[in-house]
Design a protein around this ligand. Structure first.
Ligand code: ADP
Ligand code: MG
Length: 426
């Protein structure tokens, strides 16, 4: 994927220059392949070879972009009409998506996809927790494709609506309408695919839709609130399709990026809030962009209502409930470890340690299981918190607990008690 667009440019002495389409490619190749490339080249020549890059926009990319279609303006009525038909919310654009280290890779991949649908990363899977910008990016991809390639058929749909539409058309005996719609898209954007868990028939239908579109080199982008391997009850072959192309993740923004996002939102809302207050919001609320934005909206609403300048103390007062609520929601893996260890009368180092007798193994597995239920942490994160174990160990632990709950009901009771204790402690 990355090397496809890297071309030999020139060489001098022991240095080879590669041309790449953008700094994004340069950075990715440097990060991922530079060592391997150098090693291989040096093994061919018997000398130490170094590699440098120059950025050259490839003619091919620009020509598909320009000659394929006349582009349309985002302010035109035609654009608005096409976007509406595709289910795209035109408020979510790349222009008002703030880049930070937490989302740069996902955003750049999305831009690249919309300039060359079906030709770069296909499918693309964007995953990350709630409120981190997945839906925003998906709409931005759709809007941009419509702008650049107005004749393409773009469809944005949530996995939930996809499912409902499918079920109701089956009932009406009109599945062919469904197939007609989805199998004839040029770009299919499906939001929140975790919703498909347990929906066997819809999964089956999507699997076939996928194959048709993939075969015809049509673009697909999916979003998910967790890594697909962590979606329960989804067929392996569909899981496998989702991750066949590029998978990128979104993380919570740094305070700096969060402030930049709020500045952008203020322009959108035509509001003014002091930097001091923006700082307060972003330092206190670190869960996700949606929560941060909601705090800003509350402040703006208050300002409009009372027409009063928002001081830092007033902001604290207005957001009091949010600060406590948002933080209260966050249960840490360490909280769970402490509660579980004391419940079973063992030490937290036993929980994280290597001992294998039943008196520590079961509590350890239960703690991992509860961490899975009460926190947003991924399997990998949980494994790390438990003495650097692998994520497969966590998956195994969760399955063991599920099975043992069935054979031994007292385990279920212990888990329920523990959950109450952990939540009350917060
Ligand atoms: P998700 O789909 O991941 O739950 P959304 O895409 O709905 O999250 O994002 C939640 C809110 O945060 C939206 O209003 C979105 O515009 C905003 N948002 C998230 N990330 C950014 C960003 N980098 N720049 C600007 N706004 C953002
Ligand atoms: Mg969303």
């Amino acid at each position: 994927m990355w090397l496809k667009y890297a071309k030999y440019h020139s060489a001098q002495d022991d240095q080879i220059i590669l041309s790449v389409p953008s700094t994004f490619y340069k950075d990715q190749i440097k990060q991922r392949y530079l060592d391997i490339l150098i090693e291989k080249l040096s093994s061919f020549t018997g000398e130490k070879i170094s590699i440098d890059f120059i950025i050259e926009k490839t003619k091919k990319t620009t020509s598909t972009y320009n000659t394929h279609q006349k582009t349309i303006k985002s302010t035109s009525d035609q654009y608005k009409e096409y976007a509406k038909r595709a289910g795209i919310n035109i408020r979510y654009t790349f222009k008002n998506f703030v880049l930070g280290d937490n989302n740069r890779f996902a955003a750049n991949a999305s831009i690249s996809i919309s300039r060359n649908p079906g030709k770069t990363y296909n499918p693309c899977l964007i995953y990350g927790g709630v409120g981190l910008g997945k839906t925003h990016l998906l709409h931005a991809v759709g809007g941009e494709i419509i702008k650049c390639f107005p004749s393409m058929k773009v469809v944005y749909v949530t996995a939930e609506n996809f499912t409902n539409e499918f079920i109701s058309l089956i009932k009406e005996n009109r599945v062919h309408h469904f197939k007609e719609k989805y199998r004839k898209t040029d770009a299919l954007l499906i939001d929140d695919i975790h919703f498909l868990q347990k929906k066997k028939e819809t999964q089956e239908e999507l699997f076939h839709t996928f194959n048709v579109l993939f075969e015809n080199k049509k673009q697909m982008v999916f979003t998910c609130d967790r890594p697909v391997t962590e979606i329960k009850d989804i067929t392996e072959r569909l899981q496998n399709r989702f991750t066949r192309g590029l998978t990128v993740d979104l993380q919570p923004p740094s305070t700096e990026t969060a402030i930049a996002i709020l500045r952008k939102k203020m322009v959108e809302y035509e509001a003014r809030v002091s930097d001091e207050v923006l700082n307060l919001i972003c330092q206190k609320i670190t869960t996700n962009v949606r929560d941060i934005e909601a705090a800003l909206i509350k402040i703006i609403a208050y300002t409009n209502l009372v027409n009063e300048k928002i001081t830092i103390d007033l902001a604290k007062e207005i957001l009091k409930d949010r600060f406590t609520r948002v933080n209260k929601k966050q249960i840490l893996i360490q909280d769970i470890q402490i509660a579980v260890a004391s419940y079973f009368n063992i030490s937290t180092s036993d929980l994280k340690g290597k001992r294998k007798n039943r008196s520590v193994v079961l509590p350890r597995q239960i703690a991992m299981y509860i961490a899975r239920e009460l926190t947003d942490a991924s399997m990998t994160d949980i494994g790390l918190e438990f003495g650097g174990r692998d994520h497969t160990t966590v998956i195994h632990a969760c399955q063991r607990v599920e099975n043992q709950k069935i054979s031994d009901p007292s385990i279920e009771t212990s888990i329920e008690n523990l959950k109450i204790i952990i939540k009350e402690e917060k």
